[in-house]
Design a binder for this molecule. Structure first.
Ligand SMILES: O=C1O[C@H](COP(=O)(O)O)[C@@H](O)[C@H](O)[C@H]1O
Length: 259
């Protein structure tokens, strides 16, 4: 069974969070090696919340991964200083960057001088993206090798919240939000077109607290933000533990698979 398949959503389940981290390590290491072989770098967008810890537990010990070729952006970021406890960057720094040879200049943070002006911060982040992603005429949006996403209990992903006007954003690469229902209220976020142009997108969700939302997202068709992530040509995977997957019954997905 290949590690990932194009087309239908692939759901990988694991008995617990330790096994989930092992599966994620295998998946990310493979995509990293493939991307570096293909174009000399691995462009990845990381979420905050529970993701960095889950991702890094095994990956940070994986010496086969060439982290020097990683170009890191954030799927979303809170408009706070980089040393603030709410910073998604700080989380990933503590969990991953401090333990692996990622180059500081390859980690693209929100400009700390712009955190009081979310709109400007989003504009600046677009400029940072433009340095990595040379857009061709046919491809208007950055094409990440991998975007790693989390999902909140309300179905939000990145800083794209249910019923928010940002769900309609279809031209900008990065948008700002000043009324996030989850604090802090000011944030910047990648938009759906960017998420949906990626080569690979993977959601990571663990714990019984995600059960109801996972059931809703995977079994009941709808338009919650996490359900609007539908890569046009890329793959979509879910990495979940048994606790989170307990109520998922869907026959519309390809099936729950163990790695
Ligand atoms: O606010 C945020 O929440 C989501 C979900 O977080 P989790 O702790 O439930 O995994 C996260 O993906 C996003 O990056 C973050 O800013």
């Amino acid at each position: 069974m290949p590690l990932h398949t194009a087309g239908p959503t692939q759901i990988y389940t694991f008995p617990d969070t330790a096994a989930l981290s092992q599966g994620l390590d295998k998946y990310v290491a493979k995509l990293s090696a493939e991307a570096i072989h293909r174009h000399g770098k691995f462009t990845v967008a990381l979420s905050g919340g529970s993701l960095p810890k889950q991702l890094s537990a095994v990956l940070k010990h994986n010496n086969s991964v060439d982290f020097t070729k990683w170009i890191v952006y954030f799927a979303d970021e809170r408009c706070v200083p980089l040393d603030h406890e709410d910073s998604n960057y700080l989380l990933s720094k503590h969990e991953l960057f401090d333990h692996v040879p990622i180059l500081a200049e390859n980690v693209h943070t929100i400009d700390p001088d712009l955190v009081n002006d979310p709109e400007e911060a989003a504009e600046d982040y677009i400029s940072q993206l433009a340095k990595t992603f040379a857009t061709k005429d046919t491809v208007r949006f950055p094409v990440f090798d991998l975007i790693l996403l989390g999902v909140g209990p309300d179905g939000h992903t990145c800083s794209l919240f249910p019923n928010h006007e940002l769900l309609k954003e279809n031209t900008e690469w990065v948008a700002s939000i000043t009324d996030s229902p989850k604090p802090p209220s000011c944030r910047i976020t990648l938009t759906f077109p960017v998420l949906n142009h990626a080569h690979h997108v993977a959601f990571v969700a663990a714990g019984a607290g995600k059960q109801d939302m996972l059931h809703q997202l995977l079994d009941i068709p709808g338009h919650l933000p996490a359900q609007m992530v539908k890569p046009t040509t890329g793959t979509l995977s879910w990495f979940v533990d048994d606790a989170a997957a307990q109520k998922v019954t869907s026959t519309t997905v390809k099936g729950l698979e163990r790695l």
